[in-house]
Write a protein that binds this ligand. Structure first.
Ligand SMILES: Nc1ncnc2c1ncn2[C@@H]1O[C@H](COP(=O)(O)OP(=O)(O)OP(=O)(O)O)[C@@H](O)[C@H]1O
Ligand SMILES: [Mg+2]
Length: 270
């Protein structure tokens, strides 16, 4: 048995019998159950698939998922073609935007979520002026954007590059396999764009894998901008999802370099 870890979400991962096992307990158990269900229901599209889920066992605040293990862990590290594969992921999100239904954002649900994240952030980090300003700015941006419709539809929910595994050697022509889906407060691919750009624009991934080349990240970011920045919702709504994405990391962020990184990113925008 090979143990993988530790992860920010607090889940435990190990390899046994050639398969990947993931277990979450307490608050994370329900999250993992929903995530595994969404991963299992994923419909293949061109070169993007989800890692196959074999079994989900959820008993009393403990969820155990057994899934296929993809060899080429960490697209951005192992695969020489990873910029092309990342472009496939951007295309996948782009198709979700194209197939989406346009609608107004339910403000109450969004504001309630922000309030919840703010309460959890204060519990974890106290009343930090930069974080408080981040929440104020988000609410004020929402107020300006409220009349502009956004796309609603299918999304991954936690589309960082670490959740995109390289699958091209074992399973050609499948370029990538997705893991670690997450349910969000609103079903919109805007969350996925913000998550990809957490790595490609803000370069979060270099905190954990410093060998990733920033020039390549910027190349992917250019593809993201090319695909999405001319939509009507981009200017009013993207900054909201981007900021909310950063703030949502805070309740999980341990003190030290992760929290310092988020603080610096928020300060850069204020
Ligand atoms: N099915 C799999 N095949 C190969 N590697 C995997 C698989 N599932 C997870 N991993 C490896 O374990 C890492 C953590 O897994 P996962 O993203 O599911 O956990 P997590 O608890 O959400 O972690 P984090 O909070 O860091 O995203 C992945 O980034 C990947 O490197
Ligand atoms: Mg993950």
């Amino acid at each position: 048995m090979t143990v993988i870890g530790p992860s920010l979400s607090g889940a435990k991962l190990w390899i046994m019998g050639g398969n990947m096992h993931k277990v979450a307990t307490g608050d994370g158990a329900r999250r993992l159950e929903i995530s595994a269900r969404r991963q299992g229901e994923f419909r293949r599209s061109e070169h993007v698939r989800a890692v196959e889920v074999f079994e989900v066992t959820a008993v009393k605040e403990r969820t155990h998922v057994e899934m296929e293990r993809v060899e080429g862990v960490g697209l951005a590290i192992v695969c020489p073609q990873w910029v092309d594969h990342a472009a496939e992921v951007v295309n996948f999100v782009s198709r979700q935007v194209d197939n989406a239904r346009m609608g107004r954002v339910p403000l109450n649900a969004l504001l309630e979520k922000i309030d919840e994240v703010r309460t959890e952030t204060r519990r974890k980090h106290g009343n930090h002026p930069v974080f408080e300003q981040g929440f104020i700015d988000t609410i004020s941006l929402i107020d300006d954007a409220r009349d502009v419709a956004v796309p609603f539809g299918y999304y991954h929910g936690d589309l960082t590059l670490c959740n995109v595994l390289c699958d091209c050697e074992k399973n050609p022509p499948w370029g990538v396999a997705l893991i670690d889906f997450l349910d969000m407060v609103l079903p919109t691919p805007l969350f996925d764009i913000a998550k990809i750009r957490q790595d490609t624009e803000r370069m979060w991934i270099t905190l954990f894998t410093p060998e990733v080349d920033p020039v390549r990240l910027t190349a992917i970011d250019d593809i993201v901008l090319e695909n999405f920045s001319s939509y009507d919702w981009w200017d009013p709504w993207y900054p909201v999802f981007d900021l909310l994405n950063l703030l949502r990391l805070l309740p999980y962020a341990p003190p030290g370099r992760v929290t310092d990184w988020i603080t610096a990113e928020l300060e850069r925008d204020q």
